[in-house]
Design a protein around this ligand. Structure first.
Ligand SMILES: [Zn+2]
Length: 384
């Protein structure tokens, strides 16, 4: 009798996890650093991710070579971010090492990334010249900052550059009340849950974290954090345990945290969308917008055009162009000119008549669709 009861209890425990088994995972915190690629060749690392049901992995490595190797092995799976470390051991020294900047600039010119990070910076470190430049580079290239930082450093980033978008690694290891306060205060802040267990101690969802997930379903992502090569053996287990506690949430919320948030923020939902060389990509809920300026880096007082491609959630080129404009969020005004838009081909458009008439932070604004379903995408651009 007792053993039958035990069996029943075991079944009850297993049921929610099995039910959610097919839940794909966007793993927002993967590293493939030099010692990992020596131990686990790229093809095997990709196999680990696929076995775990990881749909996509946000990868950064010391050095970036590891990320590039994984990306070459599985371009459909790997979402690349640029880590400022060239080898293990730069975690504590990099914020004072000015050679980091030319390294980042050279990589940014050569490869495509969605973020700069994961980097470690605490408190007033983000006011140092190297971090200031990193924050600027992220804005210029339309990239996220993936920050392993305390709440103080995160607030200092937003004070310095309010248009920044930050993925807060490990949610700062902060308690849920602090994470809530930060998410309320900073609309450009998202958080990963890598390498922390307090949101699901013993595999069950903590009530305070649960409330936070329900109140901010669009702001969280899961992640393994393979900070040492051995952690690669934990990727499958992480995906399994994440599915178990996610199953306690409403399905829609679970899907967002498991993969939809990462997908929406970081990936080309649709690569069938017409390609534009050197274009930046913005995506929301399946819609993809790619754009570039002509010339590539217009200065103050220099007329330029914006070439763009837009595809709907169904993957088809959009028939209607978005509204395009440039705006100064800090000054609450736009340009003195009104750009004119023409259609080049299905889903491809050219907007002419742009001019930044003063230095400062400008934002490109793209409005897709008509109210009440209008979606606005922005891409910040810092002008000296
Ligand atoms: Zn990490």
């Amino acid at each position: 009798m007792q053993s039958r009861l035990l069996c029943l209890a075991a079944l009850l425990l297993v049921a929610p996890a099995t039910q959610a088994e097919e839940l794909p995972i966007f793993d927002a915190h993967i590293h493939y650093s030099h010692d990992a690629w020596e131990m686990l060749p790229a093809a095997e690392a990709v196999a680990v991710l696929r076995r775990a049901g990881v749909k996509r992995a946000l990868v950064s490595s010391s050095s970036d070579e590891g990320t590039q190797r994984l990306l070459a092995a599985a371009p459909d799976l790997i979402v690349p971010e640029l880590r400022p470390y060239r080898s293990r051991g730069e975690i504590g020294s990099w914020v004072r090492d000015e050679t980091v900047i030319p390294y980042l600039e050279e990589r940014l010119a050569r490869h495509r990334y969605v973020a700069i990070g994961e980097f470690h910076a605490y408190g007033a470190d983000v006011e140092l010249p190297v971090m200031r430049r990193v924050i600027e580079l992220a804005l210029q290239h339309g990239l996220f900052l993936h920050a392993h930082s305390d709440a103080d450093a995160i607030s200092r980033i937003f004070a310095q550059a309010p248009a920044s978008r930050v993925l807060w690694a490990h949610s700062g290891f902060a308690p849920p009340a602090k994470v809530r306060e930060m998410l309320e205060r900073h609309s450009g802040l998202w958080a990963d849950l890598a390498f922390r267990t307090d949101h699901a101690p013993g595999g069950r969802l903590d009530p305070d974290w649960r409330a936070l997930f329900l109140d901010f379903p669009d702001r969280f992502m899961v992640g393994t954090d393979t900070f040492t090569p051995e952690r690669w053996y934990y990727v499958e287990e992480h995906a399994r345990s994440a599915r178990a506690w996610l199953a306690e949430l409403p399905r829609e919320v679970a899907e967002k945290i498991a993969w939809r948030n990462g997908e929406r923020l970081f990936t080309a939902a649709n690569d069938a969308c017409p390609d534009i060389a050197g274009a930046k990509r913005l995506a929301t809920d399946g819609q993809v917008l790619k754009f570039r300026t002509l010339p590539a880096s217009p200065g103050v007082g220099q007329p330029f055009a914006v070439e763009l491609a837009l595809c709907g959630a169904d993957g088809r080129p959009a028939a209607t162009p978005p509204r395009v404009d440039a705006w100064m969020p800090d000054h609450r005004h736009g340009m003195n000119l009104k750009p004119q838009l023409r259609t080049l081909a299905p889903g491809r458009f050219m907007a002419e008549g742009f001019l930044f008439h003063m230095p400062g932070l400008w934002e490109f604004r793209f409005e897709i669709g008509a109210p009440p379903d209008r979606v606005t995408l922005t891409s910040p651009r810092m002008l000296d």
